[in-house]
Design a protein around this ligand. Structure first.
Ligand code: ATP
Ligand code: MG
Length: 166
């Protein structure tokens, strides 16, 4: 099956970094359109008044800036010869991803299994929700890290010998 429009959701986590790497490869191989989305929770154009308004506005601006940076860094990772569209969405991430899938008529969503949260479940709440409601195919990518692999003591003697290069 070949995809024509791929949406990848990035939050700056290593899982979403891995998702982005897959999405870039898939887009290149399938000559598909690539869209990168980051959702920021701060609603656009909130007007606050009263004491503390400036502090709230400043922290909303800095959150927004952080997500903007994440999106920019992701776009920078895309090879120059691959066309890419970036979307900085506002609102809860799962909803923003699902809205963009419908709006852009994407036929594949690529995302990390987990994100920046600290939960140790297999899926985070955003990937879980998107998987549950997506009107398109979903590719969930899990970044391996050294400590995710079984410890050498957990492997048999032969496996250990085979996996260690001297
Ligand atoms: N704000 C966001 N914008 C874009 N994509 C996001 C955002 N948050 C999460 N994602 C996508 O969803 C994937 C899974 O992240 P998720 O937030 O579900 O896991 P988590 O942070 O470990 O758990 P939780 O947020 O439930 O504590 C990420 O790798 C990324 O692809
Ligand atoms: Mg999260």
């Amino acid at each position: 099956m070949s995809f024509r429009s791929i949406l990848v959701a990035v939050d700056g986590s290593r899982h979403s970094d891995a998702a982005l790497a897959h999405a870039i490869e898939l887009a290149r191989d399938a000559h598909a359109r690539l869209t990168i989305l980051t959702a920021t929770l701060s609603p656009p154009g909130i007007a606050l008044t009263g004491p503390g308004a400036a502090v709230v506005a400043a922290s909303a601006a800095s959150i927004e800036h952080g997500f903007d940076e994440i999106l920019r860094a992701a776009v920078d990772r895309v090879p120059a010869d691959l066309p890419v569209t970036s979307v900085l969405a506002h609102g809860p991430a799962a909803q923003a991803i699902l809205n963009e899938v419908r709006r852009g008529d994407h036929d594949l969503i690529v995302m990390g299994s987990r994100g920046l949260g600290v939960a140790r479940a297999l899926l985070g709440s955003v990937s879980h929700r998107v998987l549950r409601h997506a009107p398109a195919a979903v590719l969930i990518v899990h970044a391996e890290k050294a400590s995710d692999a079984p410890a050498p003591e957990a492997l048999g003697q032969e496996e250990r010998g085979a996996s260690v290069s001297r």
